[in-house]
Design a protein around this ligand. Structure first.
Ligand code: NAD
Length: 475
């Protein structure tokens, strides 16, 4: 594995881990006051660098909407830190548990202990918030942290490295830079827990590497998140929310709506409404300051190849939104596009799209839409637009996904008090909310026995009292 010498530390990641673990054992778990102070320092450092963060993202993406960066990269993390600071005292409190009658008098409780050193691996689509959110959660739970950010966003990753170095000592928080090879070696380190955010494919090999050391993992992965629009629901309202969810960060969001299921009678209405919604959101078209580019040429080519493949296999490609300006004038910028007439042989219906391209599929009735979703890998998010009636109940009861937002897109992510995560191929475990604190803590159950209790009677030599207790207990 590479060392950190190029960043002035000159220490191999395995050595950083050893030092962090030694410091953790020496200093013990941090107090509530210490954790709150760490979170405050992190928050101040992020807020002080807001402009630097916006510029780093522009440098990495070619163009990234500064407002989107402020909302999705900065605001989400600040809100999470505020929420953690407010709730930490309650989360850290020992939890009283029940003691059965035959163990009375006695007391049982759960202590949430820090695990030790948490490894965090993050992707390029939100290179700061998807590293900083796990960092804040790990610090709230009293841990030390090593982060391996993505190599696809070198300016943001370097900023993260600087920020961490300025706020924390390397024995508390360290950032390890490098490519997929460094990622492989990183995932093989014997952390106390590894939180990986990235693709399902890489998640699989990360879990394999972690299993060698029996390192528990939280996997925040991707997938194809569907939208169902109930027959009769206001198509304009749904189209506006879906356009926002699909085109923010140019669709490069793990929970972006991947495709839409709309009733067959409303298909054309939806495409018209989606077109109008895109024009309202980006009146200057894809060269708008608010519209983000695809991360690099490789992903731009990947998306065009998905469109070519769909076109060749018979799909209709519909250009939507303002098109007077040529998107090609800005490097790797792809204009919003709708695809209709898809089938399962098309790669666009097999792979996570992760770009501003929206397949729209007609359905006959809600059961068919549910069957379509259930015939595919369990998604990270599911969106339902409709009323509070039997269709909604059916969709919620009969499908499974990491999370759900009803009558909007993306917004479950911003609910601090909800767990966020996937299920099956879209992920394992969850963070955010108290679930995040618990995922990065060890729930240590403690039982304290009173001086006198019945369990002492269940020892040899067994006699009449043991028989009586057994008769009572085995009912
Ligand atoms: P990726 O899996 O390619 O990379 C993620 C991290 O793993 C990076 O730091 C990378 O350097 C490292 N890596 C790459 N190959 C590796 C290997 N073989 N072994 C070990 N480490 C390796 O993901 P990406 O392209 O950066 O991000 C896009 C994917 O992430 C999409 O699938 C998206 O849905 C998913 N994602 C999920 C969430 C979530 O919260 N569930 C959030 C954002 C993105």
């Amino acid at each position: 594995m590479t060392t950190l010498s190029q960043h002035g530390l000159g220490i191999a990641p395995s050595e950083i881990l050893a030092r962090q673990r030694a410091a953790f054992l020496k200093e013990g778990p941090p107090s509530l006051a210490q954790r709150k102070a760490d979170l405050r320092k992190l928050k101040s450092a992020i807020l002080a660098r807001r402009e630097e963060i916006q510029n780093a993202l522009i440098a990495d993406f070619g163009h990234r909407s500064p407002h989107e960066t402020a909302i999705m990269e900065v605001m989400t993390v600040i809100q999470a830190i505020n929420y953690q600071r407010c709730n930490l005292r309650r989360w850290m409190r020992p939890e009283k548990r029940q003691v059965p009658m035959h163990f009375q008098p006695g007391r049982a409780w759960v202590n949430y202990q820090p695990l030790g050193v948490i490894g965090v691996m993050s992707p390029w689509n939100y290179p700061l918030s998807l590293a900083l959110m796990p960092l804040a959660t790990a610090l709230a739970a009293g841990n030390r942290v090593m982060i391996k950010p993505s190599e696809f966003t070198p300016t943001s990753s370097a900023l993260l490295h600087r920020l961490a170095g300025e706020v924390f000592g390397p024995e508390q928080v360290a950032v390890v830079m490098g490519d997929a090879g460094v990622g492989q070696a990183f995932s093989a380190l014997p952390f106390d827990h590894l939180l990986f955010t990235g693709s399902t494919e890489v998640g699989r090999s990360v879990m394999k590497a972690a299993s060698e050391n029996l390192v528990p993992v939280t996997l925040e992965l991707g997938g194809k998140s569907p939208v169902i629009i109930e027959p009769g629901h206001c198509i304009g309202h749904a189209a506006t929310s879906i356009a926002h969810g699909k085109l923010a960060n140019a669709g490069q969001i793990c929970i972006a709506p991947d495709y839409v299921l709309v009733h067959q009678d409303a298909l054309d209405d939806f495409i018209g409404a989606f077109d109008r919604a895109v024009r309202r959101l980006y009146p200057e078209g894809p060269l708008s300051d608010q519209y983000t580019s695809v991360i690099n040429e490789r992903h731009y080519d990947r998306l065009n190849a998905l469109l070519d493949d769909a076109r060749e296999k018979g799909a209709r490609i519909v250009e939507v939104g303002e098109r007077s300006a040529d998107a090609g004038r800005r490097a790797h910028t792809l204009a919003p596009t709708v695809v209709v007439g898809t089938n399962e042989r098309m790669r666009i219906m097999q792979e996570e799209i992760f770009g501003p391209v929206l397949p729209v599929l007609p359905y006959r009735d809600i059961d068919q839409a549910i069957a379509y979703i259930n015939g595919r890998p369990r998604p990270l998010a599911l969106y339902f637009f409709g009323g509070n009636g039997p269709n909604r109940r059916k969709v919620l009861e009969l499908t499974t996904s990491g999370n759900v937002t009803i009558n909007n897109t993306l917004m479950h992510y911003a609910q601090e008090d909800l767990p966020f995560g996937g299920v099956g191929p879209s992920g394992m475990g969850a963070y955010h909310g108290i679930e995040g604190f618990k995922a990065l803590s060890h729930a240590r159950g403690v039982f304290q026995q009173g001086k006198w209790n019945l369990s002492g009677m269940l020892r040899p030599p067994f006699g009449g009292i043991a028989r009586l207790i057994l008769a009572l207990m085995l009912r």
